[in-house]
Design a binder for this molecule. Structure first.
Ligand code: MOS
Length: 723
């Protein structure tokens, strides 16, 4: 503990200091809330339009950059005819591989080797459609766009292959990564399958899917007295600042990244071409430069979820106890970088069997590199595994919930490590009671409501829980208020609000007395908003600093003008955690109606019960879980990116062509949680960001089977597939 002056975060823009919000007004309890709920502390700023996003922060003399993406899927740039475009109104720079400054991509970060797409304009080769080939900078956004669209780029095309075919002979075994080895194997699969009373052996597929946060990727960058000042929409200012320092080969201390408000981020909002382009533009023009991706560009430049093909083999005895589990997962990556959608991870956690095998295989295609997208691995993985478990239940004449209860493992099926809490059975029991599962007639295709067939389904959910090292400070101000500083990012999750609650609870003061500064790399290292680890990681650091401050304040004495500050760093505490299987769990339920005339599937209700550790703010946690479940509905029925094999490009790369759940598709969605305090976390948190989507699509597909008697193993469950 130390006393320190409160370093006020200053900014030369018209916006408020990054991450600063007015002290919140606590609400009265909402029904069903288990802890003190609080509306978003930045809510008034957001609903009044006062909140500034990365492409809105005003700068004097700002110029606008517009990226040009390749129209071919593979080949080489032979000419960029920039002279005509340079003469267009307002154009101040055209940057491309012929004149771009050097970018360093030869380094390793916590995410591994950078995707070569970050080496903007460093090569004349084009490895996929939409690959950035030029940046046009102009006085206005309209001028930049007009000039960018007028820019003639000539290519020498080479044959490309963009077709993800599960039968391809070119699948390879990826090297081990942070999630473990490609393959795990124990026991004799053939022998156990042969000895099983009930067997399932099926292939499940999910299509290419895209995250397109409401706010597109956007950056405003400028050189500010030798320092790079980057206002950006991202999931971690610390990570982005570190990557930019590496890419531009400048001192880490000379890069400042802020992300005051972020309109959504689901894995893609890390370092992408927009930041590099804005900085290059700023260097070339000496002006602040803003680059915002278009919705269409987001389908090629920021990553997506790989299509998957998953063979699942299950064998069980007459009571439903698994003897064999084999999950073979295939996904795609690009020619230039490796990203694995780790679907079989689900099977490494949910169920054990004497013969238990999992594998991942990858196929390189001339496509953009896939990336993390909400519940990477688990979302498609649980669709396959939990559909297969439903098939096993049907074939074995066992209730689907009883089947899962019968297969609760004592330890991690692959790791052998103990679970740091599981509570999956508690989720199913609570969910069954709330949903009304006990009255369910297991026979398929026998419930009618006019021309609709009705059915219900369930599935398990899991997502890993963890924490990353973070630093924080909490200051008792002389005026009786408290200031929390932590480099968290609020991607819409309510992170600010959660930190206010954690600090207030630890200090034993009213949340209205606490303000929080976030999302500024100058605040120091902290975990990124990802992997469902943000709130837990940041709360750990904030509660430690607040606890130390409380102890200091308890000694009495006056608070000096500069306040009293306590600081924390959780690096050592996290390093000494015992090795365990740490995950959140959940039970998903859905009721569907299937139109026998049109093949349309309507979800009538969804209900999820989760064991996700202690819930910090019921209001925003519920929104996270419900949001994930709605995405699961979208995954089950709507989402499918279609790639044209001739051009290698997306068909309908926009919100008209890429279907997803809209309000009219979304029924009553309930999210609940069971008591699930994580004893190893100072607050008991696990994480709620991603688990909501996991298993939701399987619950719907299982409900469609129950309604119709037809099993759907390929997503989305489109009307033409139902008929
Ligand atoms: Mo999440 S896929 O770690 O943003």
């Amino acid at each position: 503990t130390e006393t320190a002056g409160t370093a006020t975060a200053t900014t030369t823009t018209a916006a408020t200091a990054a991450g600063t919000s007015a002290p919140p007004r606590p609400l009265t309890a909402v029904p069903g809330g288990t802890r003190s709920p609080l509306t978003r502390v930045e809510g008034p700023e957001k609903v009044t339009g006062a909140a500034r996003y990365a492409a809105e922060v005003p700068f004097e003399n700002v110029a606008h950059g517009w990226l040009v993406g390749s129209t071919i899927a593979r080949g080489r740039i032979t000419a960029i005819e920039s002279d005509a475009v340079r003469a267009m109104p307002g154009v101040v720079a055209v940057i491309h591989h012929g004149n771009a400054p050097a970018i360093n991509t030869d380094y390793q970060s916590i995410m591994g080797t950078p995707d070569p797409i970050l080496g903007l304009f460093q090569q004349d080769t084009v490895p996929h459609v939409g690959w950035p080939v030029a940046l046009v900078v102009a006085d206005t956004s309209e001028q930049a766009r007009e000039a960018a669209e007028a820019l003639v780029v000539r290519y020498e095309e080479e044959p490309h292959d963009v077709v993800f075919s599960a039968d391809s002979p070119d699948f390879y075994t990826p090297p081990p990564n942070m999630l473990g080895p490609a393959d795990t194997a124990k026991g004799d699969l053939d022998a156990e399958l042969a000895a099983s009373d009930v067997v399932v052996d099926e292939v499940y597929t999910t299509p290419e899917e895209h995250h397109s946060p409401m706010e597109p990727h956007a950056t405003t960058a400028r050189w500010d007295g030798g320092r790079l000042d980057v206002i950006d929409s991202n999931q971690s200012t610390m990570f982005v600042a570190g990557e930019l320092a590496n890419l531009f080969q400048v001192e880490p201390a000379s890069v400042r990244v802020r992300a005051e408000h972020v309109g959504g981020g689901f894995g893609s909002k890390m370092v992408k071409p927009n930041q590099i382009a804005a900085i290059m533009g700023a260097s070339a023009t000496g002006r602040p430069v803003r680059v915002s991706l278009t919705r269409r560009q987001m389908f090629t430049m920021v990553g997506y979820r790989s299509p998957t093909s998953q063979r699942v083999r299950l064998g069980a005895d007459a009571e439903g106890r698994l003897r064999a589990l084999d999950h073979q997962a295939k996904a795609q990556t690009s020619r230039v970088a490796e990203f694995l959608e780790p679907c079989a991870s689900t099977s490494r956690v949910l169920y054990d069997a004497p013969a238990h095998h999992t594998s991942h295989r990858l196929l390189r295609l001339d496509v953009p590199t896939p990336t993390f997208m909400r519940a990477p691995g688990e979302a498609p993985g649980a669709f396959a595994l939990e559909s297969a478990m439903d098939e096993l239940a049907v074939r074995g004449g066992i209730d689907p919930i009883a089947l899962r209860a019968r297969n609760e493992p004592d330890a991690g099926p692959v790791s052998g490590l103990p679970f740091a809490g599981r509570n999956l059975t508690a989720c199913f029991e609570d969910g069954a009671r709330r949903f009304g599962w006990a009255d369910r007639d297991p026979r398929p295709g026998v419930r009618r409501d006019g021309r609709w067939l009705l059915g219900t389904g369930t599935a398990a959910a899991t997502f890993h829980a963890g924490a990353g090292p973070s630093t924080a400070s909490v200051t008792a101000e002389a005026d009786g208020t408290y200031t929390v500083r932590i480099n968290a990012t609020d991607i819409g999750t309510g992170a600010r609000t959660a930190m206010v609650l954690v600090a207030a609870e630890t200090l034993g003061v009213d949340p209205g007395l606490c303000r929080v500064h976030i999302a500024d790399s100058d605040l120091g290292p902290a975990m990124f908003a990802g992997g469902s680890m943000g709130t837990r990681s940041w709360a750990w650091a904030v509660s430690r600093a607040a606890g130390d401050l409380r102890d200091v304040l308890a000694e009495g004495g006056d608070i000096p003008a500069e306040g009293v500050t306590a600081r924390s760093d959780t690096t050592e505490a996290l390093g000494s955690l015992a090795e365990k299987e740490r995950h959140s769990f959940g039970a998903q339920f859905a009721e569907v109606a299937v139109d026998t005339a049109t093949g349309e599937v309507r979800v009538r209700r969804m209900l999820g019960v989760f064991a996700a550790g202690r819930i910090v703010n019921p209001l925003t946690a519920r929104s996270q879980l419900v949001g994930g479940m709605i995405w699961g509905l979208s995954m089950a029925l709507h989402e499918e990116a279609v790639r044209d094999r001739a051009s290698g490009a997306q068909v309908g790369a926009d919100f008209a062509g890429y279907h997803f759940s809209a309000n009219a598709d979304v029924p009553v969605v309930e999210a609940h949680w069971v008591e699930d305090h994580d004893p190893e976390d100072p607050i008991g948190i696990k994480g709620v960001g991603e688990i909501g989507i996991v298993g939701a699509a399987a619950a719907i597909a299982n409900a469609v089977w129950h309604a119709t008697g037809v099993r759907h193993r390929h997503l989305p469950i489109r009307p033409d597939r139902v008929l």
